[in-house]
Design a protein around this ligand. Structure first.
Ligand SMILES: C=C(O[C@@H]1C=C(C(=O)O)C=C[C@H]1O)C(=O)O
Length: 376
């Protein structure tokens, strides 16, 4: 039997040949790219790649090798495509995202819409993002907020997208995919929930607690200690505080921000009742036109993939290959197709970065649907 050193020497020789052949192959792929630049032909030729995978894997001597050849050539062709996207990109032949770069997001005093009533966390996020320089109004639902910017009644809407302990606000992800609206900013707000009641209320006498489902979720440990309380979901935490004040019943309480206690004349029965003391919600600032601030560092994407083996894996390879850091990935069911999903992915980068343009060019060709939800 050959010793290890001998075997490794043989492997090294074969690898050297593979490297040299790979270089030759890539050089030809570059020439194919030049042909595509001249003719406008798309980079990704799915049929040609399927044919190649079938032909090459059929040459294998056993099932294990067949599988290996398949994987290997999928990767080789994927790298070959990435080089072609780069070359097409350098010639300005990749479709440019239809976004306008602006120096400043806010030129004149903007009108901002938020969901809920006075004192809502969305209002607090809005105040932090726009400081004092804005007019605002509130609407009943997140969809109403989207409609308000669509009809140009407001310049911007503020929507909660995810909470550090309760997770995503799925309805707003779906609205971002549905509407022609674009994320232009984000505001992270520290969320401290309090139990609020009438001036003469007492924790021991509470029977019903009102809040938004997300806030109820974020206070689940505290509510576990009070299993006898009936939990009722309302559209907003501040709406819940308003209701407790209006109903004027001593056994009713709301989970909301301590700010709303002052606004609606309620007493703070207990403060800091959220499970997680670092509880934060990430809000996004949305507008009707595809604009972005010149120093934007994040891009939010929504994409749909064919139901085939490895499609998500190949999608993510565009980020990896272009050295792009992915900061978030979520999936949501497609509205009219059971058990099919769309992905929401946030990446780091600016639309002017070469790597971002190459990755987006590749994704545009290789996914069944790609929308840039905004850049901030
Ligand atoms: C090289 C080409 O471009 C792409 C890469 C392929 C490859 O590396 O074999 C095959 C098909 C295309 O998706 C080509 O079109 O032939």
């Amino acid at each position: 039997m050959k010793d290890l050193l001998e075997l490794r020497n043989e492997i090294d020789q074969i690898d050297n040949e593979i490297v040299s052949l790979f270089e030759q192959r890539m050089h030809i792929s570059e020439q194919v790219a030049q042909y595509k630049i001249r003719t406008g032909k798309k980079v990704f030729d799915k049929e040609r790649e399927s044919e190649k995978l079938k032909t090459l894997s059929s040459k294998a001597s056993n099932e294990f090798i067949r599988h290996g050849i398949w994987e290997l050539f999928e990767q080789i062709m994927s790298v070959s495509r990435k080089k072609q996207y780069q070359l097409l990109g350098a010639e300005g032949m990749l479709e440019k995202p239809d976004f306008t770069k602006v120096d400043r997001l806010v030129e004149k005093k903007p009108t901002v819409v938020f969901q809920g009533v006075e004192g809502a966390y969305s209002q607090q996020a809005m105040q932090q993002f726009f400081s004092e320089q804005h007019d605002s109004f509130h609407v009943e639902t997140w969809r109403d907020a989207m409609e308000a910017i669509r009809r140009k009644q407001a310049d911007f809407a503020v929507l909660p997208l995810e909470n550090s302990s309760a997770g995503i606000v799925s309805e707003n992800y779906d609205l971002l995919a549905e509407y022609d609206a674009y994320i232009v900013g984000e505001q992270v707000l520290k969320i401290d929930h309090a139990l609020l009641g009438l001036a003469n209320a007492d924790e021991t006498e509470i029977r019903t607690v009102y809040s938004h489902p997300q806030a109820l979720m974020q206070c689940s440990k505290y509510l576990e200690e009070h299993k006898e309380w009936e939990e009722i979901s309302l559209k907003n935490t501040a709406v819940s505080a308003q209701k407790v004040k209006q109903d004027a019943k001593v056994h009713q309480a709301a989970i909301a921000s301590p700010v709303t206690a002052e606004l609606y004349g309620l007493k703070v029965i207990k403060e800091g009742i959220q499970d997680n003391q670092t509880n934060c919600t990430r809000f996004v600032i949305v507008t009707a036109d595809p604009v972005y601030q010149k120093d934007a560092r994040h891009i939010a994407l929504c994409l749909e993939l064919p139901h085939t083996v490895g499609s998500l894996y190949h999608t993510l390879s565009h980020f990896i290959y272009n050295n792009i850091n992915m900061i978030n990935i979520q999936s949501r069911p497609k509205p009219d197709k059971n058990w099919e999903y769309r992905f929401f992915i946030d990446i780091e980068g600016n639309l002017e970065d070469e790597g971002v343009q190459n990755a987006l060019g590749g994704l545009k060709e290789e996914t069944s649907f790609l929308k840039i939800l905004g850049t901030y």
